[in-house]
Design a protein around this ligand. Structure first.
Ligand code: NAP
Length: 246
C-alpha cells in the first residue's frame, strides 16, 4: 500500500457521501483507503480512483483493529460511516434500531478514531473530519434514536478538539441537512417510495456538495482549523422546516 501521495481514510465509502468524498480526495491527490462492508462496490470505486479498498465494519472491534493495522501513514480520517434506522416516538422505541444507530455512529467513530489517532499525530499534520448532521444540534419528534446518536457523536468529536490541543491534528465537524443518498432507504428498511418522499418538492444537497465542503476543509493550510461546517439545501431552514413546491 506504499504510495507517495498522502493517505486519507474514508469510512462508509461504498455509497453516498463517503463515496463522493473518496472520489474528491483522490482528485485532490490523496491515496484514499476506503472502508465499508459491501466490498464489491468498494473495490470498484477504489479501482477507479487508484485507491485501496479494505473491509470494515465499524460496529465490530476486531474488524476495526484489522482495518487499522493495514492502513499505512494515515494523514486524514473521514468518519462518515453511519445512518439512521426507523422513525418512532420514544414511547415506542425499537431498541435494535437504537443499538444500530449508537453502535454505528457513536462507537464506530470512537473505535476508528482511537485506532488511527497515533498515526494521524505521527504524520505531523493529521486531520479528523467527522460527518455528524444537523441532527447533532436539533431534536425532532420520532427522531430521538438518531438525534441522540448524532449529538453523542458530535460531543465525542468536539471533545477531541480540546484533548488533542497542542498536537499536530485538526478536527472538523461537518453537519449536513438533507442529502439525497441511500440514507432514507436504510432508515425506512428499503421502502423506496417512503424514502423518495423525504426529498419530494425540493432540491436536496447531493453527496458531491458535501464532499466539496470536506475537501475544502482538508485542503486549507495546516494552521487553519474549520471547526464546524453546517450546510443545508436552500429550501431547508431546520430539521423540521422545509419549503416544498407541490
Ligand atoms: P448512505 O448512502 O446510506 O451511506 C452510508 C455509508 O455508511 C455506506 O457506505 C455504508 O456502507 C456505510 N456503513 C453503514 N454501516 C456501516 C458499518 N457498520 N461499518 C462500515 N460502514 C458502514 O448514507 P449517507 O447519507 O451517505 O450517510 C453518510 C453519513 O452522513 C452518515 O453518518 C449519515 O448519518 C450522515 N448524514 C446524512 C444525511 C443525509 O441526509 N443523507 C444528512 C446528515 C448526515 P456498507 O453498507 O457497505 O457498510
Amino acid at each position: 500500500m506504499t504510495s507517495h501521495r498522502p493517505t486519507a481514510v474514508v469510512t462508509g465509502a461504498s455509497a453516498g457521501i463517503g463515496e463522493a468524498t473518496a472520489r474528491r480526495l483522490a482528485a485532490e491527490g490523496f491515496h484514499v483507503v476506503l472502508g465499508a462492508r459491501r466490498l464489491e462496490r468498494l473495490g470498484t470505486i477504489a479501482e477507479e480512483i487508484d485507491g485501496t479498498a479494505l473491509p470494515l465494519d465499524v460496529t465490530d472491534a476486531a474488524s476495526v483493529a484489522e482495518f487499522a493495522a493495514r492502513v499505512e501513514n494515515a494523514r486524514v480520517l473521514v468518519n462518515n460511516a453511519g445512518g439512521a434506522r426507523g422513525l418512532a416516538p420514544v414511547a415506542a422505541a425499537d431498541e435494535d434500531h437504537w443499538r444500530w444507530m449508537w453502535e454505528t455512529n457513536v462507537l464506530g467513530t470512537l473505535r476508528v478514531t482511537k485506532a488511527l489517532l497515533p498515526a494521524l499525530i505521527a504524520s505531523g499534520d493529521g486531520h479528523v473530519v467527522t460527518v455528524t448532521s444537523i441532527a447533532a444540534q436539533e431534536v425532532y419528534d420520532n427522531g430521538a434514536g438518531y438525534t441522540s446518536a448524532k449529538h453523542a457523536q458530535s460531543a465525542l468529536h468536539r471533545t477531541l478538539r480540546g484533548e488533542l490541543l497542542g498536537q499536530p491534528v485538526r478536527f472538523t465537524e461537518v453537519l449536513p441537512g438533507m442529502v439525497e443518498t441511500e440514507f432514507s432507504l436504510v432508515r425506512f428498511d428499503g421502502d423506496a417510495e417512503r424514502a423518495r418522499g423525504v426529498y419530494a418538492g425540493l432540491e436536496p444537497l447531493t453527496s458531491d456538495d458535501v464532499a466539496d465542503v470536506i475537501s475544502f476543509a482538508v485542503t486549507r493550510p495546516s494552521h487553519v482549523n474549520l471547526d464546524q461546517i453546517v450546510l443545508k439545501p436552500r429550501a431547508q431552514a431546520s430539521a423540521t422546516r422545509a419549503h416544498r413546491e407541490s
